[in-house]
Design a protein around this ligand. Structure first.
Ligand code: GLY
Length: 363
């Protein structure tokens, strides 16, 4: 097991991150020895509840911790005010007070919703993240971004609220279907391209072990991503500078998600976005053509899409990019890799060039 301390300068808070195989017993012992609250509420979804929620619940009860489970519907549709209000009401009915704490058990949606609830309930109570998807383990559970959607767009309400602890149990990954792993692998490749050339090489060299979901390979990949994310968040918790490099592939990727009404899963959309943004970087004379080729090659090796379907309307995609909440004054910012392992944020990329590049990667 590996332990990473993420020290947040602004609030002088430390978020402890534990990464390892089979952490459920450790987690219960740890929460017994060093309680986060007088009682715990596991917030999960009805699907995760049957597979892992009940197991975790039993472990915590066995450790002598008063624990309740609150399960919401699975899926992005739960990221709304109605759900949050329902959780608040459940917590009140169960008698949760300011000395209570929450555990987010689930994927990205669960983490976002639970973090949001924890940041507001009784003016904020502590929470821990126990991510159960690869995507959540390598990215969304770390860094304290919480939020829900509005009919007008995703994540339009939210807070920065750091979990006190994150328990990343990589043995959970063995229970996931490969499509779920693939979805997270797009974020892993993103992390490698913007920050860690060694991780990129590892993804090239250990492809078979990773797709076969070999435990040691996945554990190494996840631990490496957690270290990187932790370093980036420590340097820029509020997402005003360096942290934005984690949006590589997301300018185009978010537009694809919105364009397809979120029918394309996040990882697939980000993969297409990375292909387009790598090509863009080469067009802007930053990323060497051979390096761009390696990025495209790696996406393909992991069966991730490196082409945007020809049927997508480029003008509409560009329109969405202009109205994205990340666009400032309508200017489209894009993260461009300089080499594999290093990237920069280009604040205002000419629309015409993005349009040309999207057409180039359509097929
Ligand atoms: N998922 C990107 C970030 O946390 O900043």
């Amino acid at each position: 097991m590996e332990k990473i301390n993420m020290v947040l300068k602004r609030t002088e808070k430390v978020c402890e991150i534990f990464v390892g195989l089979g952490l459920f017993d450790f987690l219960a012992e740890d929460l017994k020895k060093r309680p986060l609250g007088r009682r715990l509420g596991i917030i999960t979804d009805t699907r995760v509840e049957t597979v892992l929620g009940n197991r975790l619940h039993k472990r915590l009860i066995r450790a002598g911790i008063k624990t309740d489970v609150i399960a919401i519907d699975p899926g992005e549709d739960s990221k709304q005010w109605k759900t949050v209000q329902w959780i608040f009401e459940r917590l009140i009915a169960l008698g949760f007070d300011r000395k209570s704490a929450l555990i987010a058990l689930g994927g990205g949606v669960l983490g976002d919703v639970t973090g949001f609830v924890a940041s507001l309930y009784m003016r904020s109570i502590p929470y821990a993240q126990v991510p159960t998807t690869l995507l959540a383990q390598v990215d969304s559970c770390l860094g304290g971004k919480t939020g829900i959607d509005l009919p007008q767009g995703k994540n339009l309400l939210g807070t920065f609220y750091q979990p006190s602890r994150v328990y990343v149990d990589t043995s959970i990954l063995g229970t996931l279907p490969y499509e779920e792993i693939q979805n997270g692998l797009a974020e892993v490749i993103k992390t490698a391209v913007v920050r860690d050339r060694g991780l990129f090489q590892l993804l090239e060299n250990r492809h078979d072990a990773i797709v076969d979901e070999k435990r040691d390979a996945l554990e190494e990949v996840v631990a490496r991503c957690c270290r990187i994310k932790s370093d980036v968040v420590m340097a820029d918790e509020r997402d005003t500078g360096l942290r934005r490099i984690l949006n590589f592939g997301h300018t185009v990727g978010h537009a694809i998600e919105a364009y397809t009404n979120y029918r394309v899963p996040h990882g697939m959309a980000v993969s297409m976005g990375m292909a387009a943004e790598a090509v863009l970087s080469t067009r802007m004379k930053m990323l060497q053509p051979e390096e761009k080729q390696r990025v495209l090659q790696l996406l393909k090796r992991y069966d991730l899409p490196a082409l945007i379907p020809a049927s997508y309307d480029t003008e509409k995609l560009i329109g969405i990019m202009h109205s994205d909440k990340k666009a400032e004054d309508g200017r489209i910012a894009v993260v461009l890799p300089k080499t594999i392992g290093d990237a920069m944020i280009m604040q205002s990329v000419p629309t015409l060039l993005i349009e040309e590049v999207i057409k180039e990667v359509q097929g």
